[in-house]
Design a protein around this ligand. Structure first.
Ligand SMILES: [Zn+2]
Length: 267
């Protein structure tokens, strides 16, 4: 019976976990592994004549490679996800167990794709639960200009003989894409610094991606004068929503907002 009750909910979370799987795979685990390998090469060159005797290959380097991700950790996905309004509180434990099992299944896919024995501590269910939880709570939507458009702009600036040659090669691709070549890529990003910023419904700053930030950078822009020593805050939700709507959305983050605006508007 419980299985049936949750099947539609789990379908929804399955799409979330697939989405998270893609991003966490590409951004969190694999980028940490690549960084670890780079650090290891640099470290080996430095320590050419000193053998590694710890038994575990370079654990401190793995921790260092993982550091930018670890600052975003708050809670595991199955612990932090808000209980959907149509799940009875008496079913909460079963619901969270099923979300955990979903994460476990997803982790097996991740392991099949990119498992690395030296970095095996990154592939535990606990770490994976934290990664999905991190994306659940910290992601910033962003739009990245079409890389294909950038490529054609680059070709356009080439001197004549090179431009003619490049155009001949690129023309069939441009024709095949049609108007879609300029479509922007919509995505979501994780920024360690922005993830550390607390929420206010009357924030003094905004996490923002500007038109000129085409390389995946985002910017924190002040919305009002900020005094020295004052905490910089951003809003996790649309601050123009009503008090009840804001509190309902913020429940996903595991806190009840007590910012000056909420204290004033609380019924
Ligand atoms: Zn508030």
């Amino acid at each position: 019976m419980t299985q049936m009750i949750y099947s539609s909910l789990l379908r929804r979370y399955h799409s979330i976990v697939n989405f998270c799987f893609n991003f966490s795979l590409l951004l969190a685990v694999s980028s940490s592994i690549l960084k670890y390998r780079k650090l290891k090469v640099a470290h080996s060159e430095e320590q050419e004549n000193k053998p590694n005797v710890s038994g575990i290959p370079y654990p401190s380097l793995l921790l260092e490679a993982w550091k930018p991700m670890s600052v975003g950790h708050k809670r595991r996905w199955w612990d932090c996800i808000a209980l959907p309004f149509d799940v009875e509180s008496s079913d909460e434990v079963a619901f969270r167990m099923q979300i955990r099992e979903l994460a476990f299944t997803s982790l097996q896919l991740l392991k099949a794709a990119i498992f690395d024995e030296e970095c095996k501590s990154l592939f535990s269910l606990d770490i994976y639960g934290h990664i999905i939880g991190m994306f659940e709570l910290n992601n910033l939507d962003l739009v990245v200009a079409s890389p294909v458009e950038d490529y054609f702009l680059y070709i356009d600036d080439l001197p004549y003989p090179e431009k003619k040659e490049a155009e001949e090669i690129a023309r069939p691709f441009l024709d095949a894409l049609g108007d879609d070549y300029a479509v922007c890529c919509q995505g979501t990003a994780f920024y360690p610094l922005q993830s550390c910023m607390n929420h206010s419904c009357s924030p003094n700053a905004k996490a923002f991606k500007r038109e000129e930030d085409r390389d995946g950078q985002a910017t924190i822009i002040a919305l009002k004068p900020i005094s020295k020593g004052e905490e910089v805050t951003i809003s996790y939700v649309d601050e123009d929503l009503r008090f009840e709507e804001r509190q309902a959305l913020l429940a996903d983050y595991g806190f009840k907002c007590r910012c000056p605006k909420c204290l004033e508007e609380e019924p």
